[in-house]
Design a protein around this ligand. Structure first.
Ligand SMILES: Nc1ncnc2c1ncn2[C@@H]1O[C@H](COP(=O)(O)OP(=O)(O)O)[C@@H](O)[C@H]1O
Ligand SMILES: O=C(CO)[C@@H](O)[C@H](O)COP(=O)(O)O
Length: 522
């Protein structure tokens, strides 16, 4: 008699796919993992100063002796990626489940690939880490200029003169000439280091540099981060001939063609497949700037104002039509290619708060927060404006303190100084936003993110000064989250859908008392 046929049990379903978002920001490299239901499953980071101390950065950068030039070692970013992926591997992370990855980078910074570098990128051996293979002969400039740099004033003046003035430049590129914007940095490099420039075969932004590592090939610059270069025509979304010509000959060949921020660039390079076990089908979605990625991560809606408290403080919002001005920036929108985002950037943000914390609160955020709790809203009229380094908005430097009678004073008591700083910072964010026409009206939501947004006392001051409720989500690195969302949606419009579950997790800080606003010219 024939034995009864027992069919084997069905194979277990494959584990659900995952999506990675990276953020190459000023002080650290971060990663965040989500599943297809947008649940955050894992987060990790590498701090540049402490975990890569051989590079001797402070706050992720080197400030040069002229106090204007600010750079970061490009190999530090490469080594940070080795370290982060090794940490994840050691923690047992299953890279084979990653269906797509994307990322963001601090805006405006530039990376210069040496002639022949693309071959090295194409032929990476999985037996060695990226740092070992990229440390020689791959970068023509080892110290990348970053967003904190303000050493290209002459190049800014020249560019504005060449295109017909500051407002004309703003009409084309979304911004008047700014020192940190990449085109002016490229122009300065060409003039001051012609040999290094001649030896360059490709120029990337920090975001497209990071995407290139994953792709094993040069990644395109996306429209949104490309808007921070003073080179892209934000309406035609192509390089502006007049700006290119004024910056460097044949620059378009060094930059490659820009692409929509939602582009899928291709599969991850075989290096990552063999070294970490990524699937060959894992896709790399275009990387973008950290502020554009935050806009995606915070799911900004029309009328919302986002305040990012990272290394820089930024204020940004989603806009439908560009209205470039002499202050602030208009970038192409990273989520909806027909829309735009407006942004103001303040250089003296977290690092200035850290200085005052060190001087007035013994280096403790807890003591700093207690000072905010123990001082009254409005600070009895005491106020301060702290521009430790040349500010971007407004272009000013120095520390200015005023007492309740509006007299300039040289010092304030510790607790009063803490409140004077934070109120002064947020007052400036509000005044500059309003002077550009961003209205804070009943119903406006202020959405806070970035490292300092974990501090509830700071958020309370933000709410009081903006006279509006401030919302946060339960994690402060919205750039990473936005990058993971962008990976998940793989360039699809769906990333704009408003019925997002994370909206349920916003926490609100409400206005305590209607603030009596200061009158000041700053
Ligand atoms: N508890 C806190 N209170 C205020 N600020 C904080 C707190 N924790 C971290 N920060 C600030 O967050 C900053 C880093 O923010 P983050 O968004 O991670 O920066 P970036 O993305 O630019 O590297 C630090 O410089 C620090 O001053
Ligand atoms: O220059 C700008 C925006 O224009 C900065 O916001 C940089 O993008 C750096 O971002 P963080 O590291 O401070 O988040």
């Amino acid at each position: 008699m024939a034995a009864a046929q027992v069919s084997p049990p069905p194979p277990p379903p494959p584990p659900p796919p995952l999506y990675l978002g990276f953020d190459f920001s000023t002080q650290q490299l971060k990663v965040l993992v989500i599943d297809g239901n947008l649940n955050v499953l894992h987060q990790d980071n590498v701090q540049f100063d402490s975990e890569l101390s051989d590079f001797r950065t402070q706050g992720g950068v080197h400030i040069h002796s002229d106090r204007l030039t600010v750079t970061s070692p490009v190999l530090m970013w490469v080594k940070a990626l080795d370290l982060l992926l090794d940490k994840m591997k050691r923690a047992g992370f299953d890279f084979s489940r990653v269906r797509a990855l994307s990322g963001s980078g601090q805006q405006h910074g530039s990376v210069y690939w040496k002639r022949g570098a693309s071959e090295t990128l194409n032929q990476l051996s999985p037996d060695q880490d990226l740092f070992q293979q990229l440390q020689v002969c791959v970068f023509s400039v080892s110290d990348s200029p970053v967003w904190m740099d303000s050493s290209s004033s002459q190049q800014c003046l020249d560019l504005q003169a060449a295109v017909g003035g500051a407002l004309r430049l703003a009409e084309i590129t979304g911004s008047r000439a700014y020192e940190r914007f990449t085109g002016n940095q490229i122009c300065k490099l060409r003039q001051t280091r012609p040999d290094a420039y001649q030896d360059t075969e490709r120029i990337s932004l920090v975001s497209s540099f990071a995407a290139s590592l994953f792709l094993g090939d040069y990644a395109a610059i996306d429209y949104s981060d490309g808007s921070g270069m003073n080179l892209l025509d934000i309406r035609t979304r192509s390089w502006s001939e007049v700006c290119l010509k004024a910056t460097a000959p044949h620059l378009d060949q060094l930059l490659g063609a820009p692409l929509p921020s939602t582009s899928v660039l291709g599969p991850v390079s075989s290096y990552f497949v063999h070294r970490y076990g990524f699937s060959e089908t894992c896709r790399v979605v275009a990387f973008t700037g950290d502020n554009p990625a935050s806009l995606a991560g915070m799911r900004l809606q029309q009328g919302d104002i986002a305040v990012s408290l990272g290394t820089s403080d930024t204020v940004f919002l989603w806009i439908q039509q560009p209205r470039p001005a002499l202050e602030g920036h208009v970038f192409c929108n990273p989520v909806d290619w027909q829309a735009y985002m407006a942004l103001l950037c303040f250089k003296n943000g977290s690092l200035t708060r850290e200085r005052i914390r060190n001087e007035c609160a013994g280096g403790s955020w807890e003591v700093f927060s207690a000072a905010l709790r123990n001082t009254p809203l409005g600070n009895n009229g005491n106020i301060g404006f702290y521009f430790d380094t040349m500010e971007i908005t407004p272009p000013a430097v120095g520390v200015y303190r005023f007492d309740g009678d509006d007299n300039e004073v040289s010092s304030l008591s510790s607790q009063v100084e803490v409140r004077a700083l934070v109120e002064g910072q947020f007052l400036s964010r509000r005044l500059h936003a309003e002077s550009l026409g961003y209205s804070i009206i009943p119903g406006t939501r202020v959405l806070a993110t970035g490292g300092a947004s974990c501090n509830t006392e700071i958020l309370q001051v933000l709410s009081d000064v903006f006279n509006a409720p401030v919302y946060t989500i339960d994690l402060s690195n919205s750039a990473c989250l936005g990058a993971a969302y962008r990976a998940l949606h793989g360039g699809r419009e769906a990333s704009r859908c408003s019925s997002h579950p994370r909206l349920q997790t916003w926490r609100v800080f409400s206005v305590r008392v209607c603030v009596c606003f200061y009158t000041t010219d700053t």
